[in-house]
Write a protein that binds this ligand. Structure first.
Ligand SMILES: *Cc1c(COP(=O)(O)O)cnc(C)c1O
Length: 413
């Protein structure tokens, strides 16, 4: 049994080695933020950095800043900061584009490397953009390459000699179910298929070791657990062994070997920069670059341990305090099999979440009936979790969620 008393939670906070990390962030007063898996909070220093980029680098130094502020190397510089969080070498990760676009580039590159094979495998219920981009890719590649959508417990059996690439999200965006990255990658390789991992709900939340898993490609998101700000650039990973041969279809000038020679013919850069497309959004990239400093000196194993303790506590508290309110657990009870968020299935989940947000507990809602709560060990504490469930219990007990305003849907849930 996991202790759930307020005293115990406060004691955990006092003994928490990550407690000082909260100081690295600008959190609004009176808010318990449990949506860092969707939009991370503002790290301290980002606002000053952006002001400097605008006023000095852009305002004063103008175009010289491509060299003097090293704007040109932002994709590689930020990539090097992300690499240790995903178990990659510094030259295996670049910041670029959005997760959707990166997924298209690496999946297309994998299909090209495995030309002649006819299948792309993914799972139903994967994050929609992953499914959509793969549908677009297979449509673009024509009748020779088809997308096969396979239930997760049958994926390993479905991988065969016709499979070009397997594309999976490591931590599921609703259930938080986590794949065994090494086992699935090995199963793909055993049949000669390539493996793409989407790390959007993993990076900065759970330890990832792409090199140890032997992964070929990966993509991930900059605005979730990496706190890069709304619409932050994403990143991608290409294993060093593939970098000389890999070719992606979006052959823009930032992927060229010598972009400033302005040659007519495309020739890819000799390293991971060949995965780049066009000009970097310098302000957005600078925000992510600065935000990454919040992870300096952070041991992901310590983050994982706290994340598991926080999610264990949340599940135990929900079981204790919400048992009469028709709330089901949509996430694995096994802390080794889930990432760093927990989803609750609840018929009136949308309205309950709106009521929670009004009371200062911010999570989100995912259709059709999931309330989702993110656990970000760098800035969320044990007492925060206790208070959040206490407030949720009160919302159920008083029927507060039934008020009409909580049932009006916004464009973004
Ligand atoms: C958040 C998320 C994305 C986001 O894609 P964008 O192109 O940045 O909008 C993609 N895939 C997964 C699995 C995600 O969780």
């Amino acid at each position: 049994m996991i202790p759930t008393s307020l005293d115990w939670c406060q004691e955990q906070d006092r003994n928490d080695p990550l407690a000082p990390m909260k100081d690295r962030f600008d959190l609004p007063e009176g808010v318990i933020y449990m949506d860092g898996n969707s939009l991370g909070v503002l790290p301290k220093g980002v606002d000053a950095r952006i002001a400097d980029v605008v006023k000095k680098e852009w305002g004063q130094d103008l175009i010289k800043s491509w060299n003097t502020a090293d704007w040109i190397n932002l994709p590689a510089r930020v990539g090097r900061k992300i690499a240790p969080l995903v178990g990659a070498k510094p030259n295996e990760v670049v910041m670029a584009d959005s997760t959707s676009i990166n997924l298209f580039k690496v999946a297309a590159a994998a299909c090209r490397m495995n030309k002649g094979r006819t299948k792309i495998i993914t799972e139903p219920g994967n994050f929609p953009t992953d499914l959509y981009m793969l549908q677009g890719l297979s449509d673009f590649l024509g009748p020779d390459v088809a997308l096969q959508v396979v239930e997760r417990d049958q994926i390993i059996d479905a991988i065969d000699d016709d499979t070009a690439v397997v594309v999976l999200t490591h931590v599921h965006y609703v259930t938080a179910d986590m794949f065994d990255m090494k086992a699935v990658t090995e199963a793909a390789h055993a049949k000669g298929a390539l493996m793409v991992w989407d790390l959007s709900h993993s990076t900065g939340a759970v330890p990832v070791d792409l090199n140890a898993a032997g992964a070929d490609f990966a993509v991930g998101c900059g605005y979730k657990y990496l706190n890069g700000g709304p619409g932050a650039p994403a990143f991608l990973y290409v294993a060093e062994r593939h970098q000389a041969a890999v070719k992606q279809p979006l052959t823009g000038w930032f992927g060229h070997k010598t972009p400033f020679e302005f040659l007519d013919d495309y020739e890819p850069a000799g390293d991971i920069r060949r995965m780049l497309v066009g000009t970097t959004s310098v302000m957005a990239a600078s925000a992510l670059d600065e935000a990454m400093n919040a992870f300096e000196g952070v041991d992901m194993m310590v983050v994982r341990k706290k994340s598991q303790a926080l999610t264990d506590l949340f599940i135990a508290l929900c079981r204790e305090k919400l048992k009469d309110h028709g709330v089901g657990l949509a996430t694995s009870e096994n802390p080794g099999k889930r990432g760093s968020h927990v989803s609750l299935k609840c018929e009136n989940g949308y309205a309950v979440m709106q009521a929670l947000i009004e009371r200062g507990v911010i999570g989100d809602f995912r259709a059709p009936d999931f309330m989702r709560f993110g656990f970000t060990p760098l800035y969320l504490g044990f007492e925060d979790v206790y208070r959040a469930v206490e407030i949720m219990a009160d919302i159920f007990e008083t029927g507060f969620w039934k008020e009409a305003r909580f049932n009006e849907k916004g464009a973004v849930t």
